[in-house]
Design a protein around this ligand. Structure first.
Ligand code: GRF
Length: 204
């Protein structure tokens, strides 16, 4: 059992970061958010971090649009290490992270994906599930490996798909479960009571 020192990377609203901050404040998760970085200068996640007094910064990832590589990746790793981060939390970070970051935090980069993986990797996965005609959708929190949305699964939560769902209403229902799943997954990592057997995360 050890306290986690978290570094959160995001691009958007930061509701998952908020759920982690709230779980810490409620004493449900033994962790501290050491640093928040966003690749979008006016991302709401930065506002939220400031409101909570969490160190945060904009990370300019140009010229790349969809990945974290090159000088930005180096700067990101340096800032996370300097902040004392031991676990990197991807919370709505709309970029592929590359092997260098993964090697800097082995088995300690975590992602949340709004689908029951391995179904519907990639973007707008809730819309993919709705268009496919799924009766159940959900969320996955997983360790990040070199693939896209493909690493070992820590936690999954399912939600029903309703007949009158729109992509927005389904995403909103999934997000409620995201906010439960992320603190739970980080709790598993912090507990140290899990092991990797191939791609299976065996808990306990
Ligand atoms: C969430 O739906 C997450 O699963 C996906 O991006 C969204 C981020 O939301 N990867 P937020 O910025 O945490 O509010």
């Amino acid at each position: 059992m050890s306290k986690l020192n978290l570094g959160v990377l995001g691009s958007g609203a930061g509701s998952n970061m908020q759920s982690i901050v709230d779980a810490i404040a409620a004493g449900e998760l033994d962790a501290e958010v050491k640093l928040v970085l966003a690749d979008v200068a006016d991302a709401k996640i930065l506002e939220r971090a400031k409101r909570h007094g969490i160190p945060c910064a904009y990370l300019d990832c140009a010229p790349w649009k969809t990945k974290l590589e090159g000088p930005a990746e180096d700067r990101c790793i340096e800032m996370l290490k300097e902040a004392g981060v031991d676990t990197v939390v991807l919370a709505g970070f709309m970029r592929i992270v590359k092997p260098k970051l993964l090697a800097a935090f082995p088995n300690r980069v975590v992602n949340i994906h709004p689908a029951l993986l391995p179904a519907f990797p990639g973007v707008h996965s809730w819309k993919q599930a709705l268009d496919y005609g799924c009766k159940v959708a959900g969320v996955t929190v997983h360790l990040v490996d070199a693939g896209t949305d493909s690493g070992p699964i820590l936690v999954q939560k399912a939600v029903p798909v309703m007949e009158d769902d729109t992509p927005e209403s389904l995403h909103a229902r999934i997000q409620v479960q995201e906010h439960v799943a992320y603190p739970e997954a980080l709790g598993i990592i912090g507990s140290g009571k899990y092991r990797l057997e191939g791609r299976r995360v065996v808990i306990g």
